[in-house]
Design a protein around this ligand. Structure first.
Ligand code: ADP
Ligand code: MG
Length: 250
């Protein structure tokens, strides 16, 4: 098992956003996490990726206990992620976003990343090839020198993928990768996720677009009010009464 999550819980004051969730992510598979708004999906990703400290529970990655590791250490161990709201520097170019974003995630020095020191510049040079390789993977080399503000939402999603790929993840967590993207563009993003799997990357995604989830996922996990209410193949989930009720606002 690549990632093993046991009884994972996160409380914010009186609210338990993630409540005793167990989950196993198998290498090479696509796992989808679904559930109504506020179900705790993004919090779940924040816990795995080290952005939040769990209240209780355990996260094991490749046999190593990563429960309390900070985000940059988790990233260095091979877990990449994208955010529900894409954090990109609108005025900077696509390529600079991949380089800087990559450095922000893997190094602690926000100061260094923004006010580039000489050492940073040298390291950035080394990052450039990597960043270009990632842009090529997501099909955006032609936009490398364009400012983020000039590209489409779908292209921004691809930039976010490139950013996550720049750390060479073995596992990638994608938080609503197709949100805000035109229906006719979602197929391209789904293809990109399959391409990641072909490259040996294990994909876990949060997504609301059910046709995409149903056609892509090997396993679907359903959260509602912080609890895992179902888990199974897309076919099993489609016919699960608890899931249907959760989506109807039960
Ligand atoms: P989802 O991604 O499934 O829509 P979230 O994980 O974003 O849900 O949120 C789950 C619940 O936790 C929501 O009620 C949300 O308001 C709450 N929550 C998320 N992050 C925080 C936080 N940093 N502080 C307080 N409450 C939070
Ligand atoms: Mg969310």
């Amino acid at each position: 098992m690549l990632l093993k999550i046991e009884q994972l819980t996160k409380s914010f004051g009186g609210l338990t956003a993630v409540n005793q969730v167990d989950l196993e992510i198998e290498k090479g598979k696509i796992t989808a996490v679904i559930g109504p708004n506020g179900a705790g999906k993004s919090t779940f990703f924040n816990l795995i990726s080290g952005f939040h400290l769990p209240t209780s529970g355990k996260i094991t990655y490749k046999g190593e206990d990563i429960t309390t590791l900070p985000a940059e250490k988790v990233a260095r161990l091979g877990i990449g992620r994208t955010f529900q709201t894409t954090h990109l520097f609108e005025q900077a170019t696509v390529i600079d976003n991949v380089i800087v974003g990559h450095r922000l995630r893997t190094k602690s020095g926000l100061f260094d990343a923004i006010f580039r020191t000489k050492r940073e510049k040298l390291e950035e040079q080394k990052c450039l090839d990597k960043a270009m390789e990632c842009l090529e993977f997501v099909g955006l080399t032609h936009l490398a020198q364009y400012p983020i503000s000039s590209i489409t939402q779908e292209e921004k999603k691809r930039v976010a993928f490139a950013l996550a790929l720049a750390t060479d993840p073995e596992l990638i967590l994608l938080d609503e990768p197709a949100a805000g993207v035109n229906p006719d563009e979602t197929d391209g993003l789904a293809e990109l996720m399959k391409k990641m799997v072909d490259r040996g990357i294990t994909v876990c995604l949060i997504e609301h677009k059910m046709p995409m989830v149903m056609s892509l996922a090997d396993k679907v996990v359903v959260l509602n009010h912080g609890k895992k209410i179902a888990e199974g193949t897309p076919e099993e989930i489609r016919n699960n009464q608890l899931v249907i009720e959760a989506y109807l606002g039960g």
